[in-house]
Design a binder for this molecule. Structure first.
Ligand code: E4P
Length: 217
């Protein structure tokens, strides 16, 4: 499973990239707002830092506007993936931008039917939002499983990018189902390494080691 980081905070991306855990980055208008920075400046900085796909989202709602914004964003760097919403206008823009050889991430996917359309529009990535489905008492993981089944049935090359991830369990379950990618908030990605028995075991080993009076170096 590839890990994308779901943030526009360059310092956090840099820290995680140094750990070798960042295969790509996703941003959206809310994350750009949170960063307090200019979209082009911050996106260029992220693209310079990361070799993999960096999603930057359009804000037009008509296909022509999305295509124009997508082309503009794609000029920032060759690793830009243009993010378009899962609407008919977004699907039309996806088809045009994909035909131009650009990576497209179809976002705000909440149903298997929508994911089927994204694949048929030639999307590079589809982003089903797990957490936001869970928030309204629907099963985000069931959606990931349905999309996996459909894409496998027809060998669609569109990659399933599990998004709106809120917990370690979301990452693990999405990986078990076979999502190609998880886009993970930095604080959740850091928690993947945590386990109380690791902390307890390490403390016990270090206490015993101190008793030996030895040193390795
Ligand atoms: C995905 O690309 C989105 O940026 C993101 O995962 C949305 O997550 P949220 O529902 O926590 O805002």
């Amino acid at each position: 499973m590839k890990f994308f980081v779901d943030t526009a905070d360059v310092d956090m991306i840099r820290e995680l990239a140094e750990l070798g855990m960042v295969d790509g980055v996703t941003t959206n208008p809310s994350l750009i707002r949170k960063s307090g920075r200019d979209i082009k400046t911050v996106t260029r900085e992220i693209c310079d830092m990361i070799d993999g796909p960096v999603s930057a989202e359009v804000v037009a709602t008509d296909a022509d506007g999305m295509i124009a914004e997508g082309r503009h964003l794609a000029e920032i760097a060759p690793n830009i993936a243009i993010k378009v919403p899962l609407t008919w206008a977004g699907l039309k823009a996806c088809r045009v931008l994909t035909a131009e050889g650009k990576m497209v991430n179809v976002t705000l996917c909440f149903s298997a039917a929508q994911a089927l359309l994204a694949a048929k529009a030639g999307a590079t990535f589809v982003s089903p939002f797990i957490g936001r489905l869970d928030d309204i008492n629907l099963d985000g993981m069931e959606l990931i499983a349905e999309i996996r089944e459909i894409y496998d049935n027809y060998d669609f090359p569109t990659e399933i990018l599990a998004a709106s991830i809120r917990s370690v369990n979301h990452v693990v379950t999405a990986a078990r189902i076979g999502a190609d990618i998880a886009t993970i908030p930095p604080q959740v990605l850091r928690k993947l390494a945590d386990h109380p028995l690791t902390d307890k075991g390490l403390a016990a080993f270090l206490a015993d080691w101190r008793e030996t009076g030895q040193s390795i170096l």
